[in-house]
Write a protein that binds this ligand. Sequence first.
Ligand code: COA
Length: 324
Amino acid sequence: MIRHTKIIGTGGYLPETTYSNEHISTLVDTSDEWIFERTGIKSRHIAAAHESAASMAETAARQAIAAAEIDASQIDLIIVATGTPDNVYPSTACLLQHRLGIKTGVAFDIQAACSGAIFALSIADQYIKSGMANTVLIIGSELCSRIVDWTDRGTCILFGDGAGAMLLTASAEAGVLSTHIHSNGEFENLLYCSNPQAAAEAPENAANSGCITMRGNEVFKVAVNTLERIVDETLEANGLEKTAIDWLVPHQANIRIIAATAKKLKMPMEQVVVTLETQGNTSSASVLLAFNEAVRDGRIQRGQVVLMEAFGAGFTWGSALIKY
Ligand code: COA
């Protein structure tokens, strides 16, 4: 049997507290109008003090396990994408494995910034297709609010917290059609978050240590161009026309970046899953949260073709074409 990778369950978690644009306008010199017009964001969820990447991941994972109607013990690989792990080590994936009561298989974290979900999906697909794993849980879980500089209006307006989950299993039927992941470390200075402990000996970095630092305008341009190229790469690899795609589930960074990708696909915005307005950019969680939302509200139906894409610090970028 040719082993394919099939999505069998999804889940998501968003913290209860939200920060509106109006609230952010009390912290930095900005306005609801400016933020919404330039980004498409109205509000974002902010984790409570007791929450962590692992705790949010657990809630999202349990939803996906319930949706898939499997026992957690069947999961033989857990991949957590996060830029805000609970610890340097053990990995958040190991903490999640323990929270789920799983004592077998393997669990590890990956770091690909906002492209984390696509990287995790690509790795999961290779493990399943090669027979190295049968049932894989992928997670994107992020506490962006803890690494945002709340005095920097160029970044603090953009990000939010949340976790998304997806369960994948080996199947005789096609599911994940292809994944494409890339990186180019040349652009570190355009978007980075230094590790305050490891960077302690570089005082010139101290001002931004541990916070997201971004040259937004330049990131914007690279993101639009790169995502246009990945759309072509994905369609060509599958011998498909643009019209074959039913849904675009993009990383939620900026509505203008999303609209540019939709335009490239000649796709009306009705076929694009957008969660940005109420969630902001949840980094590696965003594609999984958006996919989960559209599956649960009935927009994405079994048999439909879905293109997921993301772009993030590194730079990293990638896409996944799925027959759901
Ligand atoms: N409120 C009001 N004014 C703001 C502002 C804010 N929150 N943030 C920036 N500005 C000001 C700037 O200071 C600048 O003022 P100036 O012209 O007087 O110097 C002006 O707005 C334009 O700044 P610019 O950075 O060119 O704005 P922009 O249209 O590029 O929008 C972003 C800024 C951050 C919204 C946009 O660049 C963006 O979304 N970039 C991509 C970010 C991204 O996707 N990152 C994650 C990748 S995963």
